[in-house]
Ligand binder design. Structure first.
Ligand code: AMP
Length: 287
């Protein structure tokens, strides 16, 4: 296992990748915003199992943050990220500066229009998927990987990226990675470090309530009723709920009952100024 090489420019990135291509090696990309945790590392390991060469991008993408959001405050920890990746089979850490990604006169955006981008995150963060789609398209074009790994933790983002890749004929396999959780069920997130102890203690309620709701729905309980009590339960734990909804797992269209599945339950909720998201599948069958 060798130390990953850190590159900051497209030209350094592309000459390294050209060498991989010449050797006919498969290349995987794992896009991240850094502040790496075990969830990211699980995606990296998944990538290592599927390609000879792995590129991890680290870029806090300004275009997916609204002016009032935490772009300035978002953790930037390149040194410890590089240390964490040194233990993995990563070839390149691609950490471009803002100007490398967005020229001063940058004027083009990729804008998901309806489909899986409709509602949920888009209601709370209307700018979000435009920013994600734009930066993911750029990263895919810069790296031109055979496959790119995205976490199920950001379920709607995963579906938006899959749809975009299909719609725009980008020609890359999008590989989903399962959500990595703390022992108490809280999904790992770079934003968990913002949580005060009492909010950290309350936070696993999100996953617990989603799981309980998924079981009830799988046993035939009416979705609308289950989701209303899920909202109350999450509020009781101290959250302000942005949404908690049952959707078709791929199209993310609203679903009236579990027969119109596969169904996914998705939540976004705020506690003590930190916004957390999570999602779980509704198990198939009646048990
Ligand atoms: P981020 O750095 O938060 O933008 O996330 C980069 C990638 O890591 C995205 O594909 C996320 O879905 C994924 N990711 C974030 N948290 C987790 C987690 N707890 N388990 C698995 N993947 C995750």
């Amino acid at each position: 296992m060798s130390q990953p090489r850190i590159v900051h420019t497209r030209s350094d990135l592309q000459s390294a990748i050209a060498a991989f291509r010449k050797a006919r090696e498969r290349v995987a990309l794992v896009p991240t915003m850094g502040a790496l945790h075990e969830g990211h590392l699980a995606l990296v390991r998944l990538a290592c199992g599927k390609a000879e060469r792995v590129v991890v991008s680290i870029f806090v993408n300004p275009t997916q943050f609204a002016p009032h959001e935490d772009f300035d405050k978002y953790p930037r920890t390149l040194d410890s990220d590089a240390e964490a990746l040194a233990g993995e089979n990563v070839d390149i850490i691609y950490a471009p500066g803002r100007e490398e990604m967005y020229a001063a006169d940058f004027s083009t955006r990729v804008l998901p229009d309806g489909g899986p981008a409709a509602g949920l995150e888009s209601d709370a963060r209307p700018h979000f998927f435009g920013g994600v789609a734009t930066v993911v398209t750029k990263l895919l074009l810069q790296v031109r990987p055979d496959l790119a790994v995205f976490g199920e933790k950001d379920w709607q983002q995963l579906q938006v990226v899959k749809r975009m890749v299909r719609d725009l004929d980008i020609g890359v396999d999008i590989v989903p990675g399962p959500t990595v959780r703390e022992k108490d069920g809280l999904a790992l997130s770079s934003r968990n470090r913002y949580l005060e102890p009492k909010h950290r203690e309350a936070a696993p309620a999100l996953h617990r309530v989603l799981n309980e709701s998924a079981v009830l729905i799988s046993r035939g309980a009416p979705i609308a009723q289950v989701m209303t009590s899920a909202r109350h339960e999450i509020e009781k734990a101290g959250f302000t709920v942005d949404y908690v909804e049952a959707r078709h797992a791929e199209t993310l269209a609203p679903v009236a009952d579990a027969h119109h599945g596969p169904v996914r339950l998705l939540v976004a909720a705020r506690i003590g100024g930190t916004r957390l998201i999570d999602n779980v599948p509704v198990p198939h069958g009646k048990d």
